[in-house]
Design a protein around this ligand. Sequence first.
Ligand code: BES
Ligand code: MN
Ligand code: ZN
Length: 472
Amino acid sequence: MHIEFSATVPAESEITVQLLTRENRHRTAVPVPVAEFSGAANSLLLLHAEKRLYVGLGDSAKVTGDTVRRAGGTAAKFLQAKGRTRAAFELGDWAPQAQAAVEGAVLGTYRFDTFQPPKADDPPRSRLETLTFVAADVDGILVAGERGRLMAEATNFARQIGNQPGNRFFPETLAATAQTLADESGGVLTVEILDEAALQHNGFGGLLAVGGGSEHPPRLVVLWYCGGEIGEAPLAFVGKAITFDSGGLSIKPALGMEEMVWDKCGGMAVLGAMHGIAALKPRRNVVGVIASAENMTGPGAYRPGDIVTVYDGRQIEINNTDAEGRVVLADALGYARKDCGASAIVDLATLTGACVVALGDWAAGLWTTDDALKEKLLAAAERSGDRLWPMPLYPEYSEQIKSDVALIKNSSGRPGGACTAAAFLRTFVEDTPWAHLDIAGPSAITKDRADLARGATGFGVRALLEMVTSAD
Ligand code: BES
Ligand code: MN
Ligand code: ZN
């Protein structure tokens, strides 16, 4: 979709969208029939003859960037469903929220239809091709609007790969995707791929164990962006990318197993963030480390009771092969700390069902050892709409995962399941400032929302981008 900015509504535009709060829904060029439009958040009123679409923002006092983002998404998704190809968005008083409005619109029109036949339905499944954002002060919305476009496109990039099915996307496919991303960046990103032989040679026991049951061997994918001083320690983003999680020998129940195609979304958030970083070019060094494997039950599968030596030499006891994310992350965190010399590490993973039980689809859990990192992430979460909720790292969680036969075990039952997983990861970062985002809930949605299509959401991409592009 083309995003344009203008001081006036273009003549070819088929429809003009306006954002209205409950209180100011009367203040429109064309009067709004009050009985038909409450102004409630995400409510819509289409006036055919007048070629206007009104979108509600709810109570004025409660409007945030996220309200505008969702309203933008709702409007754009609706227009696309109605087969409109050109529309204008009159920002008016909402010009300061141009970034969120553009993000919402670009996110709202994405859908995963790669494998769907073109439908001869009514209305036709055409794409919204051009969306013009209109504000009296065009220069005022240009920079923020462009930034929103880049952030949302990076998010959609992560969604598109996140949505690829398990029979078409493997660790080697992920590696090839990262390679292409680096190639197309014209040298802005460089990539390093550790294949099975390199993983074996260098002792990545976690990735090799988890990937052992698959015909498609694991990969460690490392993407570098150097926008800072030479030698400046990088910020590291580390992602879990299990291309399909069957649970392995501790196999998952059949019901809902298909949702495990989204178990690569932590890694996709990192890939999406690197995509956005290449475009936004912050003045700092960032490295993305993605641990990718397929968790299957083939002859080489790892077993409950196995003792695995991970990259930093620590020994872990496997008592549940379905707690595989932390096992591959043990390798990746060790690599980020030792080989990349990270100044700080932020990891993202669809790590536990327990986190979904705690927070639902509406926020990711945030565990961190560093107050400055916490403040930066919470501020970035606020700006991006990628909600993060602080969770504890009590020493008792670390006690819970002590092993009788190794240093730690990879699962310890249901109580505090998301927190014991975080405690496990903490072992491998040692003193490096670190934050862990358990994105199991918000990384994908199983049903269409008014503002967002079903599937991978790209959660985390914009939070990471807000974080690396903020002033400090
Ligand atoms: N990928 C899952 C977690 C998950 C669950 C993500 C639901 C998204 C939605 C993870 O690998 C897993 O299976 N975790 C186990 C851990 C347990 C065995 C300690 C879980 O949450 O049940
Ligand atoms: Mn699992
Ligand atoms: Zn998993």
